[in-house]
Design a protein around this ligand. Structure first.
Ligand code: NAG
Length: 366
């Protein structure tokens, strides 16, 4: 089921391909910008409402424990597994789009955490659940939220980190900015950015065209005109991102069954974006598909002496994260252990045994 992809494929596009890629990108950008401007005119007055901050008058109540960051923002968290004083390993779980500190529940059982002696803590990323928004959120700020959070919880000099989907940019941020704090990293379907600076343009272009039309438009707006993203994601006239509700239209059968058959606890689902979608999922997309300060291929091996490991798990039928771009990451960074699953989509926890296997590998290889 797991297959490895050769690390030395050559994908340098010809000058002709480069030109046509550039002009195609340009026409898409122009079309998207025009579309956005027209809908702006049509929907004028539609503006992201300010977030409803937890614990403030008219805001949702605070029920979870929270730590206070140095800039005054609070981050809510939830703990599982073995008590931290007794655990052999400390693990931070970073949730995905529409997720929250509760998303870690879908990963592994309490029994497995006890067997592996893992203390697991997950937090609401800025603007989600009961954590304060961070209007200046960037790829870089995510690593420092993680670092400060773990220090406040006194988890010691090194910790493991597991990310789900778009939480992958937080994992990349930690790998790049705070590698000395990491004991090991596990990324489930980490979202890739078509605009990473070293990604060959033809690969980016081809991968982009695996996306559904609404996703393409939403991605272009997120990258080129992010200030319009809220309007674009909430307008109903033109196709928008499949993450706004029509996921099952395009996805692989396992993902579809998971989405349609899943019975999420309504209170948990509602809490994730109770402060509003702007400072949670919209901000996430603006950061994820914006211009990063680094390309993943710039990230040095955090464990040159092999005393830790970094894993990416990816399904080859992922409708949101093109497998070709994950293969680019794998090709660029041979020190990452890449696990590609045939016939599996974006929601890896639905594939039997995958998350358990991933946890065992992470903790037993170190
Ligand atoms: C791995 O070894 C290096 C070099 O001895 C050390 O600096 C680093 O802290 C170690 N990392 C872990 C996760 O133990």
């Amino acid at each position: 089921m797991v297959r490895s992809v050769p690390a030395n494929e050559n994908h340098i596009p010809s000058a002709v391909a480069r030109r046509s890629v550039a002009s195609a990108w340009k026409s898409y950008a122009i079309a998207a910008t025009l579309g956005v401007l027209l809908s702006w005119a049509y929907l004028s007055g539609v503006k992201a409402p300010p977030p409803r901050i937890c614990g403030q008058p008219n805001g949702p109540p605070v029920t979870a424990p929270r730590i206070v960051l140095s800039d005054g923002r609070k981050l809510a968290y939830s703990e599982r597994g073995v008590p931290k004083e007794q655990a052999k390993h400390k693990l931070i779980v970073v949730h995905g789009l529409d997720g929250s500190r509760h998303q870690s529940l879908s990963l592994v059982s309490q029994e497995l955490l006890e067997e592996l002696s893992v203390y697991m803590v997950s937090y609401d990323r800025a603007g989600y659940g009961q954590s304060d928004p961070n209007p200046t959120r960037t790829v870089k700020s995510e690593a420092f939220d993680v670092e400060e959070f773990t220090d406040q919880l006194e988890l010691g000099p090194k910790f493991y980190l597991a990310s789900i989907s778009i939480g992958g940019y937080t994992a990349w941020s930690c790998l790049y900015y705070i590698p000395h704090r990491l004991a090991g990293v596990l990324m489930f379907s980490p979202v890739t950015n078509f605009w990473w600076s070293r990604l060959p343009s033809r690969e980016a272009y081809n991968a982009f065209h695996t996306q559904a039309i609404g996703d393409k438009l939403a991605l272009l707006v997120a990258h080129y005109t992010p200030s319009f993203l809220y309007f674009w994601m909430t307008q109903k006239l033109l196709p928008t991102s499949s993450t706004m509700g029509a996921l099952h239209l395009h996805c692989n059968p396992m993902d579809r069954d998971t989405i349609l058959g899943g019975k999420p606890d309504p209170a948990i689902a509602e809490e994730a974006m109770q402060q509003g979608i702007f400072e949670s999922k919209i901000r996430d997309k603006m950061v994820m598909f914006g211009n990063w300060e680094f390309d993943p291929s710039d990230v040095p091996d955090p464990f040159p002496s092999k005393n830790g490991s970094v894993h990416i798990w990816q399904g080859d039928e992922d409708y949101l994260v093109p497998v070709a771009l994950q293969r680019y990451v794998h090709r660029s960074l041979p020190w990452i252990q890449y696990h590609e699953l045939a016939g599996v989509g974006h929601l890896l926890h639905a594939a039997p045994g995958v998350t358990e296997k991933a946890f065992r590998q992470l903790f037993q290889s170190s």
